[in-house]
Design a protein around this ligand. Structure first.
Ligand SMILES: Nc1ncnc2c1ncn2[C@@H]1O[C@H](COP(=O)(O)OP(=O)(O)OP(=O)(O)O)[C@@H](O)[C@H]1O
Length: 347
């Protein structure tokens, strides 16, 4: 593989450079199919995509756990294939599964990570205290991790990924399976780390998470980046506002007829009219102006409309516009709140 010197990024300004990266598993699965990406130092960057889109595979190539089958990845100025040690020492990685040792206390888990990452002995005690404070576990520092809720374990996991003060951290779906309260708390820590100067690379299936946290994000689908921009810019690409109509009887047939009636009304020339679970949705520059006229047209066509909403595009709308899939189908199950409000730890 020949690499032109002009491709070598400026270490001080580029945290991640990926050039035409591919990863094909030994069984032939092409999980990553030519990713080009540049993440500047200090950015909060996200990969947003459904199950199986290739997020974990991509992140594993970035953190040197998998070797790209084609293309090149540079992390903090070092090539992942040529210099994996340098890459590893300059990154923190929080995998999807927590790496917390349940037999150990929070403090012992962080101390173990300090030893693994070679944090100088003289710095360990204060580093451990700082990290316990950062993730709000100082009060339970000497409790065994097996007593912790899922959210607390995730926070401990974040702390262990940060012991060597890496300038760049990779977080692979860090909040999947957590209830909204636990998720919100983790967001605060990620924002805090980023504000302190750490570049953050996050993968998520939660559109709201990407919207809240990321300066920029890429939508990944079938191993390819299908869009990269700021959440706001992606939303503005949808074009106009979203008009959602709820029908009293949203059968497939009724929704198809309602789409037809909306089209025939002539109010939305060239706009996208989609079916939703409850009725139809229209992305249009005229959504606000033409909404009431559409209501009249639908009533005249015999439909009973029970709901009407006009809103600015969300990332759900972006996802639908870009991929043709509803992101909500992919949203992970949240039925197991595992970060109880009281008590946080079984004392
Ligand atoms: N070790 C493996 N061998 C073969 N195929 C794999 C392997 N790991 C993942 N895949 C496949 O590669 C594709 C991408 O998977 P990957 O885990 O990277 O996606 P993801 O976006 O992280 O999904 P998830 O949200 O489920 O973690 C999927 O088709 C998956 O089945």
């Amino acid at each position: 593989m020949s690499i032109e010197t002009t491709e070598i990024p400026n270490v001080s300004t580029t945290a991640i450079t990926a050039r035409n990266v591919e990863l094909t598993y030994s069984d032939g699965t092409r999980a990553v199919r030519g990713i080009d990406l540049e993440v500047p130092t200090g950015e909060f960057f996200g990969f947003l995509g459904p199950n199986g889109a290739g997020k974990t595979t991509a992140i594993k190539t970035f953190v040197t756990l998998l070797q790209p089958t084609a293309g090149s990845v540079t992390i903090n100025g070092s090539y992942v294939v040529d210099d994996p040690r340098a890459v590893r020492s300059s990154i923190g990685y929080m995998a999807q599964e927590t790496s917390v040792d349940e037999e150990l206390t929070a403090r012992e888990n962080i101390r173990f990570a300090c030893e693994t990452y070679g944090v100088p002995r003289s710095e360990r005690a204060s580093r451990i205290d700082d990290l316990l404070a950062l993730v709000d576990l100082a009060d339970v520092a000497d409790k065994q991790a097996q007593e912790f809720s899922g959210g607390m374990k995730k926070r401990l996991d974040v702390a262990t990924a940060l012991v060597h003060e890496p300038p760049l951290v990779f977080l692979d779906e860090p909040t999947t399976g957590l209830d909204p309260r636990a998720r919100n708390r983790l967001w605060e820590y990620f924002q805090k780390i980023n504000q302190q100067g750490t570049t953050v690379f996050l993968t998520t299936q939660y559109l709201e998470e990407a919207d809240e946290l990321c300066d920029r994000l890429s939508v990944i689908q079938d191993g390819k980046l299908v869009a990269t921009n700021s959440p706001d810019a992606l939303k503005s690409q949808v074009g106009g506002d979203i008009l959602e109509i709820t029908l009293a009887d949203p059968t497939d047939e009724q929704r198809a007829h309602a789409r037809e009636a909306a089209r025939e009304s002539g109010l939305f020339e060239g706009d996208t009219i989609e079916s939703t679970n409850e009725g139809i949705a229209i992305a249009s520059e005229h959504a606000r102006r033409a909404g009431t006229d559409l209501l009249v047209a639908l009533r005249e066509a015999g439909f009973t409309v029970t709901g009407f909403d006009v809103h600015s595009p969300t990332l759900d709308d972006v996802f639908l516009a870009i991929t043709g899939e509803t992101a909500s189908d992919e949203t992970p199950n949240e039925q197991q709140p595992d970060d109880p409000v009281q008590p946080e730890v079984n004392r």
